[in-house]
Design a protein around this ligand. Structure first.
Ligand SMILES: Nc1nc2c(ncn2[C@@H]2O[C@H](COP(=O)(O)OP(=O)(O)OP(=O)(O)O)[C@@H](O)[C@H]2O)c(=O)[nH]1
Ligand SMILES: [Mg+2]
Ligand SMILES: [Zn+2]
Length: 310
């Protein structure tokens, strides 16, 4: 039987079969060995083959080839990856300027990873109802930065029902990953967009100004007009997995563009003479924050290190 993995609860995978039923599935023990570098060999969004057993559950026996997937380092210093979701048409990165803070380093790491797998990203800034004047100024600067690089940005407030129609339009007929820090409002937004969906949501800790990790498992939600949304647990840091030095520059479109003019074609854009990227940063054609994110990813790659702050 064929089906789509719609939920991953840690030990069980819920599969929605082509016949239209939900079945709880496990993976066969030897299956894990195929991809030992991943903490989850099967991810939400995977298309799988299952074999029913007597208890009304099933085993996943095969995963169909993925169109794409998005992956991050699973934890601090880990050599393992965590596949966030597979077979995506696009991702929405939900961010907030201040409730909680989303850093540009975090945004850039997410964007670079999505570039690596050719997944288009839209950046959604939520909770505009809570922004003070200086937050609004910063937001506009961020939007200007990311739209210039080529990522469409949106300002929304789920609470005030502001600009939600624009988001709904993006989703119909597509499979869309919702990602971002805990507490930015991913589940609240999905509840508002899809009637009858009641995902659990949680408050922001006033003390830490951070979300409390309310969503603990990824889940695919079907959109009545067509398409799917994948709600995911908030991520703290985005450790980049399996990218080598030169490759990283390919995933910052504006850095890649200038890199063709560097004196050395193996230039890493750190201190080489004749580096067109460094010059472009000095001349403000490339933003300093993007360049810093690039350097931080290069440093991670060298030290094989994951930093929670990012
Ligand atoms: N002021 C304001 N609060 C919002 C808005 N959208 C969501 N929130 C609140 O933000 C808090 C966190 O929302 P969630 O939807 O649980 O956040 P999440 O991104 O799903 O978090 P995790 O599941 O932990 O990753 C809740 O208290 C929501 O009511 C908004 O537009 N404005
Ligand atoms: Mg949530
Ligand atoms: Zn260079």
């Amino acid at each position: 039987m064929r089906g789509l993995v719609v939920k991953n609860t840690g030990s069980w995978y819920q599969v929605f079969t082509d016949e239209g039923v939900h079945i709880d599935c496990k993976i066969k023990g030897n299956f894990r060995l195929k991809d030992i570098r991943s903490t989850n060999p099967v991810a939400v969004g995977d298309k799988v083959i299952i074999e029913l057993n007597n208890e009304g559950t099933a085993f996943i026996t095969e995963i169909e080839d993925r169109k794409n997937y998005i992956v991050r380092r699973s934890s601090n210093l880990s050599k393992q990856s965590h596949v966030i979701a597979a077979n995506l048409d696009q991702a929405l990165l939900i961010a907030t300027v201040n409730y909680p803070i989303t850093t540009t380093t975090f945004i850039d790491r997410f964007l670079a990873t999505a570039e690596a797998y050719s997944i288009p990203v839209h950046i959604i800034f939520n909770k505009t109802d809570r922004y003070k004047d200086n937050d609004k100024e910063y937001l506009n600067a961020l939007i200007n930065l990311y739209e210039t690089v080529g990522y469409p940005c949106y300002k929304i407030s789920v609470r005030m029902d502001e600009n939600l129609d624009d988001i709904k339009k993006l989703l119909i007929g597509k499979t869309t990953l919702f990602s971002g820090h805990s507490g930015v409002g991913k589940s609240t937004l999905i509840n508002r967009l899809i009637p009858d969906v009641e995902l659990r949501t949680g408050d922001i800790s006033e003390y830490h100004n951070k979300g409390v990790h309310t969503t603990t498992f990824s889940e695919m939600i079907s959109i009545p007009e067509g398409g799917y949304i994948i709600d995911t647990p908030g991520i703290k840091g985005f450790g980049v997995f399996d990218m080598d030095g030169v490759e990283i520059s390919h995933y910052f479109p504006e850095i890649f563009q200038f890199s063709h003019q560097c004196k050395f074609n193996n230039c890493t854009h750190r201190q080489e003479p004749g580096c067109a990227v460094i010059k472009a940063v000095q001349d403000a054609y490339i933003s300093e924050s993007r360049y810093r994110s690039y350097l931080s990813m290069m440093a991670d790659e060298k030290e094989s290190k994951y930093r929670e702050a990012f």
